[in-house]
Design a binder for this molecule. Structure first.
Ligand code: ADP
Length: 319
């Protein structure tokens, strides 16, 4: 292998830059050149490639976002477009690819492998932590810490005014962020897709707390209730309580990565390069406990990764 490529795709996540840096540095040590594909699958299609070196990847370790940019690229669902992207990879002499993103990105990567024999390794880059095969994804630790800081602040004002606050956090399909920050911030109720959200129980918690006291409810955006706004409306129409609603939104995606995210990004970056050099393909490189894991890309979305039950238990035990 002489030349590999890396791209970041789907939702950006803090730590992607540390990851790109680790890939470039590892490849350089192994005598392999690194090409950055700019703008995810769109960049692959349009041939937007740039040579990465030590200088280009210097001073990016602590920066949020991704210097390689990212995109949603609907064209990649089309087999002809994927074939065109493969032409670009071949034209640029790419022998292997690291695809950093979530399950959408892995779907595309899997098809490049199956349809065209592209040697491609996925790495988990998403704040949602909802990929099977790794304990944590790059960006998750930063996102929960960012959310926790924001929720602590909301708690201060909720406490001062004796109000009910609903805070919506990210997590389209899973309640990892909501559960972790719910426990970390002492939320009175955590609404996640994994458990049935019961407005009556929610109301009882608010009453138990005291209607003139603060209550903080964390709502995962993927909750079956439809999100914080909808849940607040249901509470209001049934019980006449009108909570203040805060949707944290994209603040959870930005900012300097935490140490945990930087170290995970570095380790998985180095491991991804070595996996390519060993001839691996169509796998995601992850981490479980102290060990690296190599999971078929298909398994990352076909096998359900459950929110730890101890978190769900704690979120009700400690209210
Ligand atoms: P994430 O990787 O964070 O889950 P997306 O779901 O937006 O983010 O996926 C990123 C990109 O991966 C999409 O914009 C698209 O280009 C590509 N992709 C997603 N699903 C598929 C699929 N089923 N087939 C081919 N490419 C896909």
């Amino acid at each position: 292998m002489k030349r590999i490529a890396v791209f970041t795709s789907g939702g950006d996540a803090p730590g992607m830059n540390a990851h790109v840096r680790a890939i470039e540095r590892t490849a350089e040590k192994r005598g392999v050149e690194t090409i950055g594909i700019v703008g995810g699958y769109s960049g692959m299609l349009n041939g937007h490639f740039e040579l990465l070196d030590r200088i280009r990847t210097a001073n990016i370790l602590d920066r949020g976002g991704t210097i390689l940019k990212t995109s949603r690229c609907p064209e990649f669902h089309d087999a002809d477009q994927r074939a065109a992207a493969v032409q670009q990879l071949r034209k640029h002499g790419i022998d292997g690819v690291v695809a950093c993103g979530g399950d959408g990105t892995f779907h595309g990567a899997h098809l490049l492998h199956v349809e065209h024999g592209i040697r491609i390794v996925g790495t988990p880059g998403t704040i949602d932590n909802d990929l099977f095969g790794t304990d944590y994804t790059i960006g998750y630790d930063t996102a929960i810490n960012t959310a926790a800081v924001a929720i602590d602040r909301i708690r201060d004002t909720a406490d001062s005014h004796g109000r009910v606050f609903f805070v919506e956090v990210m997590g389209r399909h899973a309640g990892f962020i909501a559960m972790d920050v719910g426990v970390a911030c002492g939320a009175e109720y955590v609404a996640v897709p994994e458990t049935l959200t019961d407005v009556e129980v929610l109301y009882e918690r608010i009453v138990t707390q005291g209607l003139d006291k603060r209550t903080v409810v964390i709502v995962g955006e993927g909750d079956e209730s439809g999100g914080a706004m909808q849940l607040a409306q249901r509470l209001e129409s049934r019980y006449g309580i009108a909570p203040k609603v805060t949707i944290l939104g994209h603040v959870q995606r930005g900012g300097a990565p935490t140490v945990r995210d930087r170290v995970l990004a570095a380790r998985l970056g180095a491991a991804a390069v070595d996996a390519l050099l060993e001839g691996q393909s169509d796998v995601m490189v992850g981490q479980a406990g102290p060990d690296l894991t190599y999971v078929p890309l298909e398994a990352t979305w076909e096998t359900h990764k459950a929110v730890p039950s101890y978190l769900i238990d704690l979120s009700t035990l400690l209210v």
